[in-house]
Design a binder for this molecule. Structure first.
Ligand SMILES: Nc1ncnc2c1ncn2[C@@H]1O[C@H](COP(=O)(O)OP(=O)(O)O)[C@@H](O)[C@H]1O
Ligand SMILES: [Mg+2]
Length: 212
């Protein structure tokens, strides 16, 4: 499903992270570990198609990122890659529900309100659907982020420290929901973290070295 070969990731020509070879099968989970500044976000941004590889290949379900440019990459990302950030990345003027409908629209998919409400119900936050995201607790906001990242049934779900700001209970809830949603659509799950609490959920790990 996800294949990485001879990847050099970074900014302009400055290589921050190198991954010689890495594969994930559908439904497999992987943790990216490393100290602050080791390049976790850089690698995730590259796997998410937000940052072009300096060299090497990332192939998701037979689509090589090197062949996807601009609007084509944006649509591919919206359709097939679900991204969860550490802090809220929602459109604050829109309600929780409208943020989900926007994610469908941005991916070129029909807006399916029933599906969005059903997902919010599944995540236990349907009563928040008409609220603005920033009025929710951090744990609730992360559940909205999970809803937005998974609404289009992506092939891969990418999380950048999605549990770091959460207390133990919310951390367990969020991790459980992420694992369950990933497995229900057989999606790969790639999570970067320094959060020791979630290590036990993952069998595959990439550990990045110190800052360059
Ligand atoms: N937009 C950017 N432009 C140039 N360098 C960056 C940028 N973002 C991060 N870096 C550098 O890349 C390195 C790794 O950062 P990052 O990927 O954010 O690490 P982590 O997520 O593990 O804390 C750091 O040295 C950082 O200064
Ligand atoms: Mg980071």
């Amino acid at each position: 499903m996800l294949e990485i070969q001879n990847l050099k990731a970074g900014y302009d020509k400055k290589v921050i992270v190198e991954v010689p070879q890495f594969n994930l099968l559908p439904g497999e989970h992987c943790l990216i570990l490393g100290a602050s500044g080791s390049g976790k976000t850089t690698l995730l941004s590259t796997v998410s198609g937000l940052l072009s590889p300096i060299a090497g290949d990332i192939v998701l379900d037979s689509n090589n990122y090197n062949d996807l440019y601009g609007a084509a990459m944006d649509e591919f990302r919206g359709r097939h890659i679900g991204i969860i950030y550490q802090t809220l990345h929602m459109v604050s003027a829109l309600t929780v529900l409208d943020n989900l409908l926007l994610a469908q629209y941005a991916a070129g998919l029909p807006q399916d309100k029933k599906k969005a409400v059903h997902l919010l119900e599944h995540l236990g936050i349907a009563d928040k659907k008409a609220d603005k995201p920033e009025t929710l607790s951090q744990g609730q906001q992360q559940r909205v982020a999970i809803a937005r990242a998974t609404i289009n049934n992506p092939k891969i779900i990418v999380g950048d420290e999605p549990t770091s700001a959460l207390d133990d209970n919310a951390c367990e809830t969020v991790m459980g929901l992420l694992l369950q949603l990933a497995s229900s659509s057989n999606a790969c799950l790639v999570i970067a973290t320094h959060d020791q609490r979630i290590k036990r959920h993952f069998h595959k790990q990439i550990t990045l070295g110190g800052a360059q």
